[in-house]
Design a protein around this ligand. Structure first.
Ligand SMILES: [Zn+2]
Length: 281
């Protein structure tokens, strides 16, 4: 493996050496992801924000979309991470530098890309400056975000059931959707977002408990009271079924954010690095 290029003295407040000792798993993956000769110009973190999450999950998005941003002269690597230890989880996206469409000033840093929008929020100041630096507002953005196979790092343009190069199978959006349709939250857990899954499951459980409670109450009342209680039970039943449908749709959409291997989490130490695979087709 190529050694890391001599880093700039300070990378968005995170020196490379300090980064590597503090976040060994993320640093190992970062090293494995770099192509020969590729130089790091930025290491920072933020939260990836997507339309589906913003609209249907809001604040809990921050629980599931923490993202490590590795900037090089040719691309951004967006590594989904969890916990305080920045443990890589799930997937890696690659955004060509040329695809950066806009960099919004404070308080939020946003990256708009040509096809399919990726936005990052909560990127600290130095990271924002670095991301804005290369941005040319007059240039037409080229390229689009791509999904990297979590096992061999070959880039895929869109969701595919399995990697053509290494055969790793990926978690299917429709499977995530079906799981959440049957049991809200299960699809999110399948995609590795346990916090979001639990919150979704609790919401659905609350609605079902109300259905049961009102059905139970209906047995002990008569007349107009019974009608009111029955109406409440029907209302909650409709809400609960709606929650299942919504959770299914949201999980399905969330399944398209990146390639997640069926077999394992994103490895801290990939089995092989890019150069050891046969040339890309
Ligand atoms: Zn692969």
């Amino acid at each position: 493996m190529e050694p890391l290029a001599e880093p700039a003295p300070d990378l968005a407040g995170l020196k490379i050496a300090a980064f590597e000792s503090r976040y060994p798993k993320a640093a190992t993956l970062m090293r494995a992801l770099l192509e020969p000769g590729e130089k790091i110009s930025l290491v920072t973190t933020g939260w990836r924000s997507t339309f589906v999450d913003d609209v249907f999950l809001g604040f809990p998005t921050l629980l599931s979309n923490r993202t490590l941003v590795i900037g090089t002269e040719r691309r951004l690597l967006l590594i989904r991470c969890g916990g305080r230890d920045l443990e890589p989880r799930g997937y890696v996206n690659e955004v060509p530098r040329s695809a950066l469409l806009a960099a919004m000033p404070v308080p939020f840093m946003s990256l708009f890309t040509t096809a399919g929008t990726i936005r990052l929020i909560g990127v600290p100041g130095p990271g924002k400056r670095s991301l804005s630096k290369d941005h040319d507002p007059d240039a037409r953005p080229k390229g689009q975000p791509r999904y990297l196979c979590p096992a061999c790092f070959v880039a895929h343009e869109r969701y595919v059931p399995e990697c053509w190069r290494c055969g790793t199978a990926f978690r299917a959006p429709w499977r995530a959707g079906l799981r959440s349709l049957l049991a809200p939250g299960l699809g999110d857990a399948y995609l590795g977002s346990f916090a979001v899954g639990v919150m979704t499951a609790l919401t659905a459980a609350f609605l079902w408990l109300n259905v049961i409670a009102f059905l139970h109450a209906a047995q002990s009342v008569t007349g107009s009271q019974a009608e009111a209680v029955g109406a409440a039970a029907s209302g909650f039943l409709a809400l609960a079924l709606g929650a299942h449908a919504l959770a299914g749709g949201v999980s399905w959409a969330r399944g398209f954010k990146g390639l997640i291997a069926t077999t394992a989490e994103l490895p801290a130490q990939p089995a092989r690095v890019r150069g050891q695979w046969p040339a890309a087709r």
